[in-house]
Every structure is written in structure tokens, then in C-alpha cells.
Design a protein around this ligand. Structure first.
Ligand code: ADP
Ligand code: MG
Length: 684
């Protein structure tokens, strides 16, 4: 009997196993068939030939033609991975992650094994990795450890048309190494047709065009300008849903907050539509969306339902979502702008360029004829939109890039081979700031401090704050603060129906008016004391996901501290030491209270305000140092710590003089700390 049982069991296992295998086989066959349907497939052999014949190749193909997912696979199949990895850079983290996941799936391997991705603070690769998707910023950092990129046989700078700062710097660096590494293949790929510029830059490299399949797109403009584009977008989406034939909708919005608002309103309004109307599935996608939810946008829409994708600019060319038939384009994007005179950088919602508008419209005509609803007038389009987006290098703070280039031994930045040079003023500003932070000496050479700073993948002011923490014996505390600051403003959770509770919970960490940096440290340490409890996060209105990310980042910063040989020490009994460390990195961001209740920055006399979310918003200390400025209705300082003016002379005597820190009205008014408690209020 036993043997029969054994036999049964054996048969059953084998059967289950073979069902599993044939399921996997048919899935993989389906995937392989899908790969062959992509426009690029027809040109596979021609493309491989061109790569073999030329060291540098510019590749142009419509979004969705298969450049990002297929080219690295083709090269792998052709044997290029025998001599090194294939790198494929993406301007956006989400794109790097999502595309790597897709390619791993197509190859039937586990993500992080043969196919992996690398983004800041997250390395999902292993010794096995041969196809590496990464942000352009990460490849830039790899030059620091491996100046000739010896581990790579191919570098594909993808989404070149985006012209991000890191991509622009990569152009120059990869061009340089290609001269002494004839075995290295260089691919520059772009979704736009004006590839001549890339070709010219790379010494007339040949252009390989992948003809796309394009269906006609009907473009509709609004008759009059829209006062509220978010509302107009929602109304348009609902109209499409109710009146138009099947097909998914893609709405371009400017950021997470806007997307969440739109999601909420759409959910609310579709509830009232009744059961006769098809289901509307709402799929948000933006940089900080948790990975599990990112995959949702690629799931096929069930029969009878309609999907509406609420996306940032990531859906313009970086990610292709199949099945989109309707595009709603409000005409805006969140964009960095930089004022080299004051050194101030801000993220502003700005009108898109004509090139962007064309790309957005194109997303609706990939699998069939589409429609694009532009929420601006034809007159606006013709007369107000620029032809092309200004490359980021011309509208951003360059401090970080200059520090990286200096660490790579590139000194003569004025003669660096930029595709489009940054404003000389912005370069000078960056050099000045790095000098002020003691990262460079008077000759513009990297100092020991600068070398240590460059090890950290952070803004130089944060890196300086960390490096200097050695002196103040508070490195452990400072990396916790740096990790928390790197998370941005998604630590605290403020549900609409529990705002008072949430605000009170938040203010608990501000007891003693310690300032926002120390409050963040307290949040981190309290969570650590509970052994990283999720329950504790719920009770304190703190986002557990953000905290886990902070912990990851902190662990990595701790590793880097070890690398630059800074001991881990904590000094929470001496808050002034911690504040001095912060000030040593951020002294250029000092501001002084004015009689009006506003602040004025010490160096550039700009009027700024304390952000209402700050624990010091009701306190108004006389002197403050801030982490960053955000421009909404006013120029707001976010994450603020009170400082003593004499610290500025002690820490940055080369930057501030006595007259900058003189407290002319100090005799009439007691200093900030004393007034603090009376002013405290929680009523808003
Ligand atoms: P390109 O880089 O030329 O814009 P891609 O290689 O990104 O094109 O896309 C090719 C195809 O792969 C598209 O049909 C797209 O929908 C699909 N694809 C890409 N990423 C994913 C993903 N994460 N999940 C499912 N499909 C994907
Ligand atoms: Mg792509």
C-alpha cells in the first residue's frame, strides 16, 4: 500500500510540476511573442551590425518602440556581456526600477540577479548582474570609483533628449573615456527626432532611426484659458469616460500632491455616476509611489472598465503605458529654476514646451488613433510656449556637479566640453560656495574636507554637515538628521479628519523649541527606542514607510562614515554641538528676523518666511539657519534651527563679518529663546 501511496504522490508532484512548467513556458512564450511585436524588433540585426561597426551610435525612436527594454537584451544576446556589464541610464528612479523589473521578467530571471537597477540609496544588483539599469546620477558617481568604467562593455545613455544635468555631464565623461577605451560601445538614445545635436557633439556619430508606428492624434484646444487646470482635467476625464468609446486616459499633472488631490476628487465624483457607467480605475504614478503600487499602471484594464492614469512627466517619454487612447494635457510641469545671483533654487510649476506638448499628445496614438485634450488655447500654444525645454544645466545649482568633477580631477571647468555650457555665473557661484564650505582651497583645488564630502551622494551642504560632525562628536545624530532630511516632507501624516491630533503629536517632538532638525532626530531616536515599531508610527501620525526609508539611508550613511574614517559618536546631551554641526554645513542659509515678522537672509538680503509646518513658526527666533527654501505663495524656509550669531563668526569667519551678525536691536528685545514659550500656539 505504501508503495502505491508513494507512487501516487510521485505522480502528483510530477504532474503539478509539469503544469507549473508549461504555464511558465506559455507565459514566457507569450512574452517573447510580445517582444517580437515591438517596432524595434524588425531592426534588430541592422542595429547590432551598426553597433559593431561604430563605437558611438545615436539611436532615435518613438516612445514605446522598445529602445530601453530591448536594446540591452539584444546586446546581451549578441555576446556583449561577456566582457562587461551593459549600463542603461535613466533620468528617473521610477523608470530605472520599472524597466529593470520588466526586463528581468522578460528574461525570466529574478530582479537583482542578471538584471538589476541602481538608484541613489538603493542598489538592487549582485555579482551576477549583466544588465544594469541606473539613474544617470548613479553612473556619474560610478566614475568616482572607476574612472574608466572598466566593468562595462556598453554604456547606453537613454532618454538623452531629457537633457538632465547628470546626463549632460555624462555626455562629456563618456565621450572622454571612449577615446582611450576603443572596446567600449556608446549608445545615445532619444525619443525626439532632432538627434543631429547629439551626433554633432559625438564627432558626427551615425544616427540610427527606428521608424515608429504612429496613428493619427486628434488635438483639441480649449476655447478660453482655464482658471483651474486641475478641475478642468478632472471634468474632461469624466466627460471622456461617459461619452467616449473604450480606451484608457492619461492625465499629465505636476506632482504627488496634485495627483493625490485629483485621485480623491475622481473617486468622489465617480461614486455619484451610478452603476450604468463603466468602472473607472484610477492609477497614480509619481516618483515616491511605493514600488508595489507602481506595477498597477501596467496591468491590463479589465473588459468593460476604463483606466485613468494620473502621472507626472514620467509618462511623457520614460514609461510607456499600453492602451492609452486619450491624453489630457494641462500644459504644466514642475521645473527647477535657479537664480545664480542669489544662489536660490526653486521648483516651480511652469508651462511646458511645444516639444513636450507634442510628446504628450503622441502618447495617445501608439496602438490606434487617439485624442489629446489640451487645457490651453491654440493661441497660448503658438505664442506662449517655448519650442524646447531649456536644458537643466542652464537652470540649476551646480555645486554638487562641480564637486564631483573636481573629485574626478577635472579642474578647468570653463573649458569642459559641455554640450550646452552653464551660465558662467552659476559655475562661479558653485566654486564660491564650495570654497566657503572649505571643500576647495583658494586655488580651486579639492581639500581633504572636499574629498571626504564627495564620498556622500548628497548635496554638498549636507555632506559638509556630516563631515564636520566628527569635530562636534555627534556623527550618529547628524546622519540621522541627514537621513530624515533626505526623505523630504513625507515623515508626518496629517489625515483630514484628525488634523488636530496629528499636529499635537508632531508638536510633542518640538518640546523645548529645539527646532526642526532636532525634532527630526527625536522622531528617529524615539522610533528606534521602540525597536522600529509600526504601531508607534501609527500612534504618532508618522509614515512608517518613510521611516524605513530613512533607516536604510542612515545605514548607508553610517557605512560611508566608516569609509571616510569618521567614528560613530552620539552627543544628544549637547544640542548646541549638533546645531553647530548643522550650521557648519548650512551657514550660507542664515536669516535674521525683521521687525515686520519676516526674515531676511544674511548674505543676499532676500525676504523669506518660516514655513507654517515648522515647529518654530509661532516662535520666530531672532536668528535661524534653514535647510531649504520653497516657493509657494511666499518664499518659505523649511526645516529650521535657531542659531547664535556668534557661531557664524566662529564657524565661517571667511564668509561673515562682524557687521553681518550685529544685533542692533538686541537691547530692546530679549533673544528668541526667552520669548519662545509665550508665543506657542497650536490653533492652526
Ligand atoms: P522605449 O524605450 O522605446 O520608449 P520601452 O522599451 O520602454 O520603449 O517599451 C517597450 C514596451 O515594453 C512597451 O510596450 C511597454 O508598454 C512595455 N513595458 C515597458 N516597461 C514595462 C513594465 N514595467 N511593465 C509592463 N510593460 C512594460
Ligand atoms: Mg525608453
Amino acid at each position: 500500500k505504501a508503495s502505491v501511496m508513494d507512487g501516487d504522490k510521485f505522480d502528483y508532484d510530477e504532474m503539478a510540476d509539469s503544469i507549473e512548467k508549461s504555464k511558465a513556458k506559455s507565459e514566457s512564450e507569450a512574452l517573447q511573442a510580445e517582444r517580437k511585436k515591438l517596432p524595434i524588433y524588425t531592426y534588430r540585426d541592422e542595429l547590432l551590425q551598426a553597433v559593431q561597426d561604430h563605437q558611438v551610435l545615436v539611436i532615435v525612436g518613438e516612445t514605446g518602440s522598445g529602445k530601453t527594454t530591448q536594446i540591452p537584451q539584444y546586446l546581451h544576446e549578441a555576446g556583449y556581456t561577456k566582457h562587461g556589464m551593459i549600463a542603461c541610464t535613466q533620468p528617473r528612479r521610477v523608470a530605472a526600477m520599472s524597466v529593470a523589473a520588466r526586463v528581468a521578467h522578460e528574461l525570466g530571471v529574478k530582479l537583482g540577479h542578471e538584471v538589476g537597477y541602481s538608484i541613489r540609496f538603493e542598489d538592487c544588483t549582485s555579482d551576477k548582474t549583466i544588465l544594469k539599469y541606473m539613474t544617470d546620477g548613479m553612473l556619474l558617481r560610478e566614475f568616482l570609483g572607476e574612472p574608466d568604467l572598466a566593468s562595462y562593455s556598453v554604456v547606453m545613455v537613454d532618454e538623452a533628449h531629457e537633457r538632465t544635468l547628470s546626463t549632460d555631464i555624462l555626455f562629456a565623461l563618456v565621450k572622454d573615456i571612449s577615446r582611450f577605451r576603443p572596446d567600449l560601445k556608446l549608445l545615445i538614445s532619444s525619443a525626439t527626432l532632432d538627434a543631429e545635436k547629439f551626433s554633432d557633439y559625438f564627432d558626427s556619430a551615425p544616427i540610427f532611426k527606428i521608424p515608429g508606428r504612429r496613428y493619427p492624434v486628434e488635438i483639441h484646444f480649449t476655447k478660453a484659458p482655464e482658471a483651474d487646470y486641475l478641475d478642468a482635467a478632472i471634468v474632461t476625464a469624466l466627460q471622456i469616460h461617459v461619452t467616449q468609446p473604450p480606451g484608457d486616459i492619461l492625465i499629465f499633472l505636476t506632482g504627488q500632491e496634485e495627483i493625490e488631490t485629483a485621485e480623491e476628487i475622481l473617486k468622489h465624483r465617480t461614486r455619484g455616476l451610478g452603476t450604468k457607467i463603466a468602472e473607472l480605475i484610477i492609477c497614480p504614478i509619481y516618483a515616491n509611489l511605493p514600488t508595489e503600487l507602481q506595477a498597477k499602471i501596467f496591468e491590463p484594464t479589465p473588459e468593460g472598465a476604463r483606466k485613468v492614469v494620473l502621472a507626472t512627466n514620467i509618462a511623457e517619454t520614460s514609461l510607456t503605458i499600453d492602451g492609452i487612447k486619450y491624453v489630457i494635457d494641462p500644459g504644466f510641469v514642475k521645473m527647477k529654476s535657479y537664480n545664480p545671483k542669489t544662489g536660490m533654487e526653486s521648483l516651480l510649476v511652469s508651462p511646458i514646451s511645444k516639444a513636450s506638448a507634442m510628446q504628450r499628445a503622441g502618447r495617445s496614438g501608439r496602438t490606434g488613433p487617439g485624442k489629446c485634450f489640451r487645457l490651453y488655447t491654440a493661441y497660448n500654444y503658438q505664442n506662449d510656449l517655448d519650442d524646447n525645454t531649456v536644458p537643466e544645466i542652464q537652470r540649476t545649482n551646480l555645486t554638487n556637479v562641480v564637486l564631483t568633477l573636481k573629485s574626478l580631477g577635472i579642474h578647468d571647468l570653463l573649458h569642459f566640453e559641455f554640450m550646452d555650457p552653464p551660465p558662467a555665473e552659476a559655475l562661479l557661484k558653485a566654486l564660491e560656495l564650495l570654497f566657503a564650505l572649505s571643500a576647495l582651497n583658494k586655488l580651486g583645488e579639492l581639500t581633504k574636507v572636499g574629498r571626504r564630502m564627495a564620498e556622500f551622494p548628497l548635496d554638498p551642504m549636507l555632506s559638509k554637515m556630516i563631515v564636520v560632525s566628527e569635530k562636534y562628536k555627534c556623527s550618529e545624530d547628524i546622519i540621522s538628521i541627514a537621513a530624515m532630511l533626505s526623505i523630504g516632507n513625507s515623515i508626518f501624516y496629517r489625515p483630514k479628519d484628525k488634523q488636530v491630533h496629528a499636529d499635537n503629536a508632531r508638536l510633542n517632538f518640538h518640546t523645548g523649541n529645539v527646532g526642526d532638525h532636532i525634532a527630526l532626530l527625536k522622531v528617529y531616536n524615539s522610533w528606534k527606542e521602540t525597536n522600529y515599531s509600526t504601531q508607534w508610527c501609527y500612534e504618532n501620525y508618522i509614515q512608517v514607510r518613510s521611516m524605513k526609508r530613512a533607516r536604510d539611508i542612515r545605514d548607508q550613511l553610517a557605512g560611508l562614515l566608516e569609509r571616510v574614517e569618521i567614528e560613530l559618536t552620539t552627543n544628544t546631551n549637547d544640542l548646541d554641538a549638533i546645531k553647530k554641526s548643522i550650521t557648519s554645513g548650512f551657514f550660507p542659509h542664515s536669516a535674521k528676523l525683521q521687525k515686520s515678522g519676516a526674515y531676511r537672509t544674511l548674505k543676499h538680503a532676500q525676504t523669506v518666511h518660516i514655513h507654517p509646518s515648522s515647529g518654530l513658526a509661532q516662535i520666530l527666533p531672532r536668528w535661524v539657519v534653514y535647510h531649504e527654501l520653497v516657493l509657494t505663495t511666499k518664499e518659505y524656509m523649511r526645516q529650521i534651527t535657531e542659531l547664535k550669531p556668534e557661531w557664524l563668526l566662529e564657524i565661517a569667519p571667511h564668509y561673515y563679518q562682524q557687521k553681518d551678525v550685529e544685533d542692533t536691536s538686541s537691547k530692546k528685545m530679549p533673544r528668541g529663546e526667552g520669548r519662545a514659550v509665550q508665543h506657542r500656539s497650536t490653533d492652526n
